[in-house]
Design a protein around this ligand. Structure first.
Ligand SMILES: [Zn+2]
Ligand SMILES: [Zn+2]
Ligand SMILES: [Zn+2]
Length: 188
């Protein structure tokens, strides 16, 4: 257990996953403000396949990857951002396994030459859509809601702020929404 700099937040590092789950269940049951991070086992291993034609059958891609020893959770054909046209680009989510990295050595799928790459990592800072703090996402957050528009203790969807009234940042109390990239707290 470590007390963080701010003095009113405590960080717990459980010895194993069972302890982690017990603690998490108790925090939720007792309504204690907290957030956690996703377990490695809950995450998927994502890669990008380039080169496969957009008309390719997703089940076929899946079968071929499974036959090579990869447990596929899902495959998504990427669409062009604006035209929504199908691109020769697929996101593949694999179950976390020791052989995940082997997928990069696959050169052909269904006789089509492909390149398999790690996904482009967003450089953006992760911001929680529930409490507006940084470094975790809303699915893991059990802290009180803070509105992105007015900074008050309600979900953003319940906000009654009018466009005429000024925004208040939940993180720095400045006159901007908490999602503003120019916020001093975001820059920090
Ligand atoms: Zn949060
Ligand atoms: Zn609000
Ligand atoms: Zn701010």
């Amino acid at each position: 257990m470590t007390t963080l700099r701010s003095g009113h937040i405590i960080k717990l590092m459980p010895v194993d996953i069972e302890t982690y789950k017990t603690i998490r269940d108790n925090l939720i049951k007792n309504n204690i403000n907290h957030y956690t991070y996703k377990l490695k086992s809950e995450k998927t291993y994502r890669v990008v396949i380039r080169g496969l034609h957009a008309s390719e059958n997703i089940d076929m891609i899946k079968e071929e990857l499974q036959a090579k020893g990869h447990a596929v959770r899902q495959i998504v054909n990427v669409l062009h951002r604006t035209t929504k046209e199908k691109l020769p680009l697929y996101f593949v989510d694999l179950e976390p396994q020791a052989n995940n990295k082997d997928i990069f050595s696959i050169k052909y799928i269904n006789h089509v030459k492909v390149t398999i790459e790690a996904p482009y990592k967003k450089k953006e800072v992760l911001q929680c859509k529930r409490c507006q703090r940084f470094g975790h996402c809303k699915n893991q957050c059990f802290r009180p809601f803070r509105c992105v528009k007015c900074g008050n203790d309600h979900p953003t969807s319940a906000c009654t702020k009018t466009p005429e009234s000024e925004a208040v940042c939940a993180n720095c109390q400045g006159k901007h929404p908490a999602s503003y990239k120019g916020c001093i707290k975001y820059k920090q």
